[in-house]
Ligand binder design. Structure first.
Ligand code: GLY
Ligand code: MN
Length: 464
């Protein structure tokens, strides 16, 4: 963990921002996989981690925003726990390690919260996403489980987002480490991707690298020759000459900071000319996304500029037609790029998505569009120095979506459906890098950029 002064300072800032009532932050509990004691790998709640650095289960923190009192709730290990898990820090040890002066048994949390509520004081809690914490919050507050989200504290959400969205130097250093692991994951399988190898083998190698060098992957790895399916989690195919494979994967390092990279590889080591034509549009779009990203520019504008570039590229190939600006204004490009250019990243790969995407990526000035495609943009607001975002343009040929638009004549003034038939089995391409917004622009995170030009990708796949 970072030094306790860092966590104390963050809590002081949070208390100041919220300003009234009592803040309750719940840590996560172990989650059973197939029976009670066979659990998934433990993952602490990211906001709890941000304010305490404590990565152990069954902890809760309250902060009285008026008196300033802070209490950590949790239980000391008993002799049975010690027999099975070894000696454990006491709850006082945990509290002291992150600069909290008072610690109490977990059972006292209910007494504490009920006292606060009976005094008519405001209890601020974040929207819960784990069922265990929903049940706990229901027991503590008597708010019905379906109503917990609407009763969560918008002031607290906004205060947490405000702090976590601008990364500190120590956090950027951790994200860089996650990027190094992500680089190793991708670069290793880039060299192993050959016809006859299974997707599952490459998937397993990537998982192994993430686990051996850090905590785990930052999300379930997407690795598929059916790259037209945006989040494809099946890896059962054999690599076949002539196809391409989208690999979208990242690592969580030991401090739970994330990376998220995507590369698209030719399964046989060489792109076809048709693949190169589309690939170059996406790689140019990726570079453009990075060159436009800077403080004072909205990510929605960066996204739209990238969409216009993609549209012009597809028009040059005869797949789209008409005026590019008009096509993008009508959302015609979303047939090929139905997702957003990127998202914030930090302790979560989609940072703070649990708190509500619109509070993370939008504000009063920039509101989320309802238009297909643009509505999937997770980050739309003004970029600020210290933001960490992904840049991940893509072009996909999704047969079901093509057929739907063709049948319904959607955006038919801008789509050349006859030409599009030649790309029906093309698959998809996505290219993703992670950037830090700096005072004057942005810089890529990670000491080395994964090969991205078609030539460099082919060369990296050839070496070995
Ligand atoms: N890399 C997966 C995603 O951004 O959704
Ligand atoms: Mn991503």
């Amino acid at each position: 963990m970072f030094s306790k002064e860092i966590y104390s300072r963050r809590r002081t800032s949070l208390i100041r921002k919220v300003g009234n009532g009592v803040i309750l932050l719940l840590g996560n509990s172990e989650a059973p996989c197939n029976y009670q004691s066979n659990t998934y790998k433990f993952r602490q709640d990211s906001s709890f981690l941000y304010f305490t650095g404590l990565a152990s289960p069954d902890l809760a923190l309250v902060m009285d925003a008026e008196s300033g009192e802070q209490i950590l709730f949790g239980n000391n290990a008993d002799i049975d726990d010690i027999i099975w898990m070894g000696p454990q820090p006491t709850i006082n040890d945990f509290a002291q390690s992150c600069g909290i002066e008072k610690a109490l048994p977990f059972a006292d949390l209910e007494i504490y919260v009920k006292a606060i509520l009976s005094q008519g004081r405001r209890l601020h809690f974040l929207p819960p996403y784990r069922n265990h914490n929903k049940i706990l919050l229901n027991a503590l507050t008597s708010i019905p489980i379906p109503a917990l989200k609407e009763n969560s504290s918008l002031e607290l959400v906004k205060a947490v987002v405000d702090l976590r969205l601008v990364k500190e130097e120590c956090e950027i250093a951790e994200i860089e480490k996650a990027c190094e692991i992500g680089y190793a994951m991708h670069y290793t399988v880039m060299k192993m991707a050959k016809p006859g190898v299974t997707e599952q083998t490459l998937y397993g190698i990537m998982e192994g690298i993430a686990h051996s060098q850090g905590a785990m992957t930052s999300f379930p790895t997407i690795l598929s020759q059916n790259g037209e399916t945006l989040h494809n989690h099946s890896h059962h195919q054999v690599l076949t000459e002539g196809r391409m494979m989208v690999i979208d994967a990242g690592a969580e390092n030991e401090m739970n900071y994330c990376s998220d990279f995507t590369r698209t590889l030719p399964s046989g080591g060489r792109f076809t000319e048709q693949q190169k034509d589309i690939y170059r549009i996406v790689s140019t779009a990726n570079n453009m996304g990075q060159s436009l990203s800077r403080p004072g520019v909205s990510y929605k504008d960066v996204h739209l500029n990238v969409c216009r570039l993609i549209t012009r590229g597809l028009m040059n190939l005869g797949i789209m037609k008409g005026d590019a600006d008009e096509a993008v204004a009508n959302g015609a490009h979303a047939l090929f790029m139905p997702h957003g250019l990127g998202h914030n990243m930090g302790l979560d790969v989609h940072d703070m998505e649990d708190l509500g995407e619109d509070y993370v990526g939008y504000d009063n000035q920039y509101t989320r569009s309802q238009q297909f495609g643009l509505s999937s943009l997770r980050m739309g607001k003004m970029l600020r120095a210290g933001n960490v975002v992904t840049v991940e343009p893509g072009i996909y040929f999704i047969p079901a979506l093509i057929d739907k638009w063709k049948a319904e004549k959607t955006n038919c003034d801008f789509i050349n459906f006859a030409e599009l038939e030649k790309y029906r089995d093309f698959g998809g391409i996505r290219l993703e890098d992670d950037i830090l917004i700096t005072p004057s622009g942005c810089r890529r995170l990670g000491s080395k950029r994964l090969p991205i030009t078609p030539e460099d990708v082919e060369e990296a796949m050839r070496e070995n």
